[in-house]
Design a protein around this ligand. Structure first.
Ligand SMILES: NC(=O)c1ccc[n+]([C@@H]2O[C@H](COP(=O)([O-])OP(=O)(O)OC[C@H]3O[C@@H](n4cnc5c(N)ncnc54)[C@H](OP(=O)(O)O)[C@@H]3O)[C@@H](O)[C@H]2O)c1
Length: 299
């Protein structure tokens, strides 16, 4: 099976790259914008591909003919998407149309990642059938991308996920676990929101969901987040306990005090039954994830 990944310099992209490059049954093509920032160069071919370049995307897919394309590239900064709506639309919406069109021509399977931010967070956790109502432009852009696939004739899978975290190499952004671990170690006061609830997702678990969907040719929408739903405060508290940091410096604050540019859904989280049953998705508990991260940081 020939698999092409977009955004291979990103967190999910790197996890997919490392899992797939060692599989002899897979011919792997990794693509991202600019140079390859992953130091391991064996087991795959890398192409510098700006996926907003419609012609370049069409050309590469037509010449390489991958059976599976996993689209991990996106504009993920929620407040930036609110400020730069056009750029957000280009990367999170238009690109999905380019990929769907290219996939349709060669009958390949497109696996795309969406988010809990398509929901308003009034009555999470959500099933795949619940009605979306995004509060932010980021959420709206991802909902638009889902609708493109629903209207497309290509074989598609949408994996919805929530706060992705993990260890990567030369990443352009941090994530909640690495940030909290570093901030807690400084023993300074930290203000943490306690009125937003999420199910954070280990990047390896999400990569496994992508690979399961590819192998099983499982089409449609699947919830593929972590299994523990917690407030952001509880997430940081559990990280503190795991690393033996005091929680005395943690102050609970409300979302309203932050005055963020984009709206955030108060309570999301996903019901994972469909992904467990059809994909065989089996995410780690949050504490197991922290132990996996410890081992990676040791190396
Ligand atoms: N992170 C989360 O908490 C979260 C939550 C819900 C859903 N998701 C979704 O999960 C997916 C993966 O997220 P992630 O955390 O792995 O994101 P990420 O670490 O930001 O990775 C995205 C990658 O896409 C690359 N990219 C950006 N613009 C590009 C372009 N024009 N052409 C080619 N590549 C480009 C980025 O390159 P640079 O590294 O050079 O910037 C980055 O490496 C995304 O679809 C995201 O929306 C993420």
């Amino acid at each position: 099976m020939k698999v092409l990944i977009t955004g291979s310099n990103g967190l999910l992209g790197q996890k997919l790259l490392h899992k797939l490059r060692v599989d002899d049954a897979i011919i792997l093509i990794a693509t991202s914008k600019g140079e390859n920032r992953v130091s391991e160069k064996n087991g795959y071919t890398y192409f510098d591909l700006d996926i907003t370049n419609k012609d370049a995307v069409a050309q590469l897919i037509a010449s390489e003919k991958p059976q599976v394309i996993i689209n991990t590239a996106a504009m993920t900064n929620v407040d930036l998407c609110e400020e730069k709506k056009e750029a957000c639309d280009t990367l999170n919406v238009d690109v999905v149309q380019y990929l769907a069109d290219a996939c349709e021509k060669i009958d390949s399977h497109l696996i795309h990642i969406s988010t809990d931010f398509i929901f308003d967070g009034q009555d999470g956790p959500y099933t795949e059938e619940d009605e979306p109502n995004p509060l932010s432009y980021y959420g709206l852009s991802k909902l638009k991308s889902e609708n493109i696939l629903k209207q497309s004739n290509c074989n598609w899978t949408i994996l919805r996920t929530i706060i992705v975290f993990g260890v990567g190499e030369n990443l352009s952004k941090s994530n909640i676990v690495l940030w909290a671990k570093g901030a807690l170690a400084k023993c300074e006061p930290l203000n943490i929101i306690d009125d937003q609830f999420r199910a954070p997702t280990l990047a390896e678990d999400l990569a496994d969901a992508c690979i399961l969907a590819a192998r099983k040719k499982a089409y449609g929408i699947f919830n593929t987040s972590g299994k523990d739903i917690m407030s952001i405060y509880e997430i940081v508290e559990r990280i503190a306990k795991h690393y033996g940091n005091t929680t005395e410096n943690l102050n609970k604050i409300s979302t309203a005090t932050l005055n963020q540019t984009a709206g955030r859904p108060p309570k999301t989280g996903f019901i994972l039954d469909k992904a467990r049953k059809i994909l065989g998705y089996n995410p780690h508990s949050f504490e197991e994830c922290l132990t996996i991260i410890d081992k990676q940081l040791e190396n």
